[in-house]
Design a binder for this molecule. Structure first.
Ligand code: ADP
Ligand code: MG
Length: 391
C-alpha cells in the first residue's frame, strides 16, 4: 500500500501530475485511486470524465474521486463545528464571527486526508494519489492529536459519563456542555487524525513529492516545504520540475526563458539534494486526456514504477549539543570559496552563496526549539554545512 502526495504552489501542475502518475501506476498493474479536493472540478477536466464523490472508474485499474471538503465537513463534522461556534458565542463573540472562527481555515486540506484514512482502512487500493496537501505549516495540526490526544480522550470520556446526569461542566468551562454526539464525533476525529499521522509518517507507505516550475520563487518555496516536512517526519522522496520549455522550441522569443530555466533546473538539483529531480516539458497545450497523461507519465518516470520509494532520509540532521543545537545540511555542491555568509533572519537561516550568476540565497526554516537560540558559527566540512546554534 502506497500513498503519494503531491505538493506545490497553485498552478505548478499537482493535479495533472497526480493523474499522469495514476495512469502509469494503473498500467503497471496497481489498483490506483487519484483523489482531489480542489474546489473546481479538476479531475473531471483532466480525465475528461465525470467524477463522483466515491471512487469512479476511469480505466480497468484506475479510479478517481473528487472530495467536496465543505460537504464532507457538513456531513461528518458539523456537530463539532456547531459546538465550537456555540462555545465562541457563549464567550461573547458575535454569531457570524463565531462561525468564522470555528471554521478552521487549515482544516479544508485535511478533509481530503481524513477521507484517505477511510479509504486506506476499507482497503482495495495499492496506490492512492492525492493532489492537495496541507502546506508545511499546516502539517503541525497532524501532531495536535498526539499531544492532546491522551489527555483530551480521558477528559472527553470522563465528560461523556457525566452527560445526561447533570450539566456539571458548564459553569466550569463557561461554555455550553458538549453533547454526547459532539464528544463521540470529537473522539472519532482524534482517532482518525492519529491514524492519519501514523500513515503519513511511515516512509514505506507515504511519499511526499515536491512540484515546482522552473522559476526561483517556486523552487525556493518547495525547498522550505522540503525542510518543514522533514521536521514533521514526513518523508519526501522526489522533486519534479514541470513546464520546462523543450529544446526543440527554437523560436528566439523563448531564448531567454530557456536560458533562465536551465539555471533554475541547476538550482533545483542543489535545492532538493539528495532527492532525485525529474522534469516534465511544457506541452503544446493544456495537459488533459488519457493519451497526454500517459505521455507525461512516461516522460517523467522513464520506465520506472512511480509507486516505488525513490528516497528515504532527511535533508537536515538536527543534533543536540551542550550549547544548544547543531544542524547538519548536506551541500556537496558548495565550496568554502562560494559560501559567503550564514545569517539568521527571524525564524529562518539564510545561507548566502556566491555563484557565477551572483549571490544565491537559500533558506532553512528553523525548528521551534531553536527560536530562542542564536547563531554562533557555521562551517563546511566534507560536503556538509554544520551550523551551530546556542542558547
Ligand atoms: N507540463 C505541462 N504542459 C502544459 N500544460 C500544463 C503542464 N502542467 C500543467 N499544465 C496546465 O497548467 C494548469 C495548472 O495545472 P494543475 O495541474 O491544475 O496545477 P495545480 O494542481 O498545481 O494547481 C492546467 O491548465 C494544466 O493543464
Ligand atoms: Mg490542482
Amino acid at each position: 500500500m502506497r500513498i503519494l502526495l503531491y505538493t506545490g504552489k497553485g498552478g505548478t501542475g499537482k493535479s495533472v501530475i497526480s493523474c499522469a502518475t495514476g495512469v502509469l501506476t494503473s498500467s503497471l498493474g496497481h489498483e490506483t485511486l487519484v483523489i482531489s479536493s480542489d474546489p473546481s472540478h479538476t479531475l473531471r477536466d483532466i480525465f475528461e470524465a465525470s467524477i463522483r464523490e466515491k471512487p469512479t472508474r476511469i480505466l480497468s485499474r484506475l479510479w478517481a474521486l473528487q472530495v467536496d471538503p465543505i460537504k464532507e465537513v457538513k456531513e461528518k463534522y458539523e456537530v463539532i463545528y456547531e459546538y465550537a461556534a456555540s462555545v465562541f458565542k457563549a464567550r461573547g463573540l458575535d454569531e457570524t464571527l463565531a462561525y468564522e472562527v470555528a471554521s478552521l481555515p487549515n482544516m479544508t486540506p485535511f478533509i481530503a486526508l481524513l477521507k484517505l484514512v477511510d479509504l486506506v482502512e476499507e482497503g482495495g487500493f495499492d496506490v492512492i494519489i492525492l493532489d492537495t496537501v496541507p502546506s508545511g505549516e499546516a502539517l503541525k495540526n497532524l501532531y495536535l492529536p498526539s499531544l492532546l490526544g491522551s489527555i483530551s480522550r480521558k477528559l472527553l470520556r470522563a465528560g461523556s459519563y457525566l452527560l445526561g446526569v447533570t450539566k456539571v461542566i458548564e459553569p466550569l468551562i463557561g461554555a455550553p456542555t458538549p453533547s454526547k454526539e459532539v464528544i463521540l464525533t470529537d473522539l472519532k476525529l482524534i482517532d482518525k487524525l492519529e491514524a492519519l499521522k501514523n500513515y503519513l509518517t511511515d516512509d514505506s507507505i507515504t511519499s511526499l513529492r515536491l512540484i515546482a516550475n522552473p522559476d526561483s520563487f517556486s523552487i525556493e518555496n518547495m525547498r522550505r516545504t522540503y525542510i518543514t516536512s522533514n521536521l514533521y517526519n514526513i518523508n519526501v522522496d522526489l522533486a519534479i520540475v514541470n513546464k520546462v520549455v523543450p529544446d526543440e522550441v527554437s523560436d528566439p522569443y523563448f531564448d531567454q526563458w530557456k536560458l533562465n530555466q536551465k539555471l533554475y533546473l541547476d538550482e533545483a538539483e542543489r535545492a532538493f539534494y539528495p532527492l532525485p529531480v525529474k522534469r516534465l516539458k511544457l506541452f503544446k497545450s493544456e495537459l488533459k486526456g488519457l493519451s497526454k497523461l500517459e505521455e507525461a507519465g512516461n516522460e517523467m518516470f522513464k520506465g520506472e514504477d512511480p509507486s516505488k520509494v525513490y528516497f528515504k532520509g532527511k535533508p537536515i540532521q538536527i543534533v543536540k549539543t551542550d550549547e544548544g543545537l547543531k544542524l547538519i545540511v548536506k551541500t556537496p555542491f558548495l565550496t568554502s570559496k562560494e559560501l559567503h555568509e550564514v545569517e539568521r533572519i527571524g525564524d529562518e537561516l539564510v545561507v548566502k552563496v556566491d555563484t557565477d550568476v551572483g549571490e544565491v540565497r537559500s533558506f532553512i526554516p528553523l525548528p521551534a526549539i531553536a527560536y530562542s537560540m542564536h547563531l554562533s558559527t557555521a562551517k563546511l566540512l566534507n560536503g556538509e554545512l554544520h551550523i551551530y546554534l546556542s542558547k
